[in-house]
Design a binder for this molecule. Structure first.
Ligand code: HEC
Length: 121
């Protein structure tokens, strides 16, 4: 009995330190709508889809993460220097995990569906 008690204490303490799992929501009308809102507010100032602007072109940015999608979410929550010889680090007010997950899901969808009329320029 006693050891079980300590086991639960142990689990509780672990849970305090565990990072929340990153989940990319399935694409839906809601994710598209939210993603676009976040993009227009937080990204469009510096990024264009098919050409370099203040930041590198977005299609190639997203392409870098197709095999490690969670890393894009982490990057948007905590931008670190990527190409210091070409660009300053991205000065972005770090996104919440929720916003980072939603916009990432939408951006990967757009990479596969670049003809979507809602795709940013
Ligand atoms: C103030 C300008 C600015 C804003 C706003 C901005 N970016 Fe960036 N972004 C940059 C710059 C500059 C870089 C290149 C950074 C580097 O190489 O370290 C970059 C790089 C990136 C990359 C490539 C990272 C890599 O691994 O090379 C991604 C992805 C990205 N931005 C996504 C976004 C998204 C999504 C948003 C909106 C939530 C956003 N950016 C908002 C300027 C910006």
């Amino acid at each position: 009995m006693r050891s079980r008690f300590f086991f639960f204490i142990f689990l509780f303490i672990c849970s305090l330190f565990a990072a929340e799992a990153i989940i990319l929501p399935k694409i839906s009308e809601n994710v598209k709508k939210e993603g676009k809102l976040i993009y227009n507010k937080d990204c469009y100032a510096c990024h264009r889809w098919t050409r370099d602007f203040a930041g590198p072109r977005m299609d190639e940015n997203i392409q870098k993460y197709v095999d490690q999608k969670e890393e894009l979410v982490r990057y948007l929550m905590n931008p670190t220097p990527k190409q210091p010889e070409k660009y300053p680090p991205m000065t972005l007010e770090p996104l919440s995990q929720q916003d980072a997950q939603v916009i990432s899901s939408w951006l990967f969808y757009l990479l596969d569906n670049p003809k979507d009329p809602e795709r940013p320029r």
